[in-house]
Write a protein that binds this ligand. Sequence first.
Ligand code: DOR
Length: 420
Amino acid sequence: MESRPSLILCNVQLPEGRVVDLSIRKGVVVHAGSSGASEVRIDCAGMFVLPAAVDMHVHMRGGLQSGKEDWTTGSRSALGGGVTVVVDQPNTIPPIDSPGALRDRVRDAQEHSLCHFAINSSVTADIPFDEMGRAGAMAFGETFYAPSSYGEALGRDALSLALERIHAVDGLATIHAEEISTGPDLDLALHDERRSVDGEVRAVKEVQNLNGSHCRLHLCHLSSARSIDAASGSVEVTPHHLFLSRDQFRKDDPRGKVNPPLRSEKHRRELLSRWDGIDVIASDHAPHTIAEKGEDFSDAPSGIPGVETMVPLLLGKVLDGTLSLPSVIEKTSSTPARLLGIPPAGFAVGDRGDFALYQKKAVRIRADMLHSKCGWTSYENHPAVFPEMVILGGEVVYHEGEFPRGKPSWFPGKGFVPGS
Ligand code: DOR
């Protein structure tokens, strides 16, 4: 006889409106309908119940950058925002540019992460692409077409060759497409000018032109409607480009400094109007310390923390009628899982049993509510809906400020060969 479900989420309203009880056993959904007995039952009447999010673009730092963030604080921040899977970017110090570095990173995350995780491989001219795939790299990149914080740009020839090699191992190339012009970098408007919308559009087209081998491309953090129109791979957009413009900050406030830059209010609105053309929302969670962000604009590092505020900001827009709930679920959970080839979280039998439960009530964001080590946010006072409870594999891993330890997994890429 089958054992009882370990958890039943009762009175869950599905996106199409039907109300069901969801039974979860051994980490997966085993029944959606009426329910029987279980060890734990949670009443979800009146709540938003979302398949937990997959944030396919985070910088969890650690190592020499542990003053900014580490796996414990970064994964708490993820769970506190309804994210149960993070895909870590390889521009760590040291970078993830060898199978050994990848394995060390996986070990660190296995010891300290409270959420599921995957790790991407760096892309340089001499990366052993095949070995990185076998060691379990999820995807390749972000591949820097222009330099950014802790990322060196690849030249055209090296990029073209890298795309060929990634294609040869059937990998996904994730691309940071920007172009940089010379000139002073003294405030947000000049930063926007140096890394312009026109330059981003040209970079997107150029990377696609260099992709003669038709490698699968994922275009990270596109910051303008025109870049989306130019893109032929999957398109990722961040909450900061959707909800923040440089006009909302003091003109030389480093808390608004990020690559690609925050744009004008006009560009931000145009980007939001392309919502239906966006495949994935990812945070590009890039924590830096308050001290670093207190430096002069030109010296301060680029990056905005955001893994914990991503879904809450989007749900704020669902509550006020700007966005639909199914579209938020698709862009934060189903599509990233599909692109990465990891089991989807969801309401169907067999889906990964990861959920986030939200009361339908917006609050104003304050830095002291959040769990990232960096201790600041660019979204002070923005309305957002935070989860009350988060479930990972059928176990409660976040509830009202507490983080009971669950059983997070490493999701290696599809080229992984165990023991290699
Ligand atoms: O602003 C950014 N910060 N953009 C990136 O591409 C990298 C990131 C970081 O790692 O801080």
